[in-house]
Design a protein around this ligand. Structure first.
Ligand SMILES: [Zn+2]
Length: 294
């Protein structure tokens, strides 16, 4: 956490805070590395419309996988159409066309823990019997357009999200705004959030404050209001979640969000771990706010 590790940034329009490894790599022909969550986050920040389209096509998948599928299909020049495994298509009476290459998505892979080794830091929570889940890219999916056979009608789902449902599911309470010192638009403390009635983008701030709670930032009592790197990263993480949800739900505030993320990071790069946390929290908040099924 020293200042030397920060990447200078002099361009305020590109999300360079994701670091030089994300997206274009200097001198590299194969610029984008699949599976780097910062690359996916960068794509989400620079192509906001894709998130909303990807949700409509792939709503059953995690937000990271939705973007991964969308980027690979767009890279192949294919439309965002339903995806399924080879066998799942066969069950629908469709067959993968000759020569089609599979799309890769993250899959939880169960790994046995070795007695002498701890689980890697980025693995999911430990499972039963000394195993843990690791998310690995697996080339198992094909889009409708890579298959042929029986007629198949694509289902498109319009993204919807309900704040009351989400907060109940996540055990978060929104209290009447308490006027505190300064010009705050919102706050989060333990599992309580407050949104200023004067806030012009209440929905964005609500996502942001909920993200602080979901990411565990408010679990530590008396969060210091200093400008440490930790605080910068936490604010960038919370706003990253707010951005993803605004883009996914096609809500206003996306440009403000990009500006805010950049401001908090002062040109330092966001760690890969944070990019993963941003997608994970956005997933949890999105799922928690799904209106009841009829
Ligand atoms: Zn914040």
């Amino acid at each position: 956490m020293n200042a030397q590790s920060n990447h200078p940034s002099n361009d305020t329009t590109d999300p360079q805070f994701l670091g030089p490894e994300a997206g274009q790599q200097a001198g590299g022909g194969q610029a984008r590395e699949l599976g780097d969550m910062r690359t996916i986050l960068q794509a989400a920040l620079t192509q906001p419309g894709v998130m909303n389209q990807a949700y409509r096509a792939f709503h059953n998948y995690s937000i990271g996988n939705q973007m991964l599928a969308a980027l690979q299909l767009l890279g192949k020049g294919l439309p965002l159409a339903p995806i399924a495994s080879f066998n799942a298509w066969r069950e629908k009476g469709r067959f993968v066309k000759k020569g089609e290459k599979a799309l890769s998505l993250f899959m939880p892979i169960s790994v046995k823990r070795r007695a002498d080794k701890d689980a890697p830091a980025d693995s999911a929570e430990a499972g039963e019997g000394g195993t843990f889940s690791l998310f690995m890219l697996r080339p198992n999916w094909f889009s409708l357009n890579q298959t042929e056979g029986d007629e198949f009608t694509a289902e498109s789902v319009t993204p919807a999200w309900d704040a009351v449902t989400a907060m109940a599911a996540l055990d978060i309470v929104e209290e009447p705004f308490r006027q505190l010192l300064g010009n705050r638009l919102g706050y989060a403390s333990a599992r309580t959030i407050g949104i200023s009635p004067l806030n012009p983008l209440k929905h964005k701030t609500r996502f942001h404050e909920m993200a602080h709670v979901v990411l565990g930032h408010t679990a530590i009592a008396d969060m210091q209001d200093d400008e440490t790197l930790t605080r910068q990263i936490e604010e960038a993480e919370a706003e990253g979640v707010a951005y993803l949800l605004c883009a996914l739900l096609d809500l206003p505030g996306q440009a403000e969000s990009r500006f805010y993320i950049q401001g908090w990071l002062h040109g330092c790069s966001l760690p890969e771990k944070s990019a993963k946390r941003i997608f994970g929290a956005a997933d949890r908040i999105m799922k928690a706010g799904q209106p009841a099924q009829h």
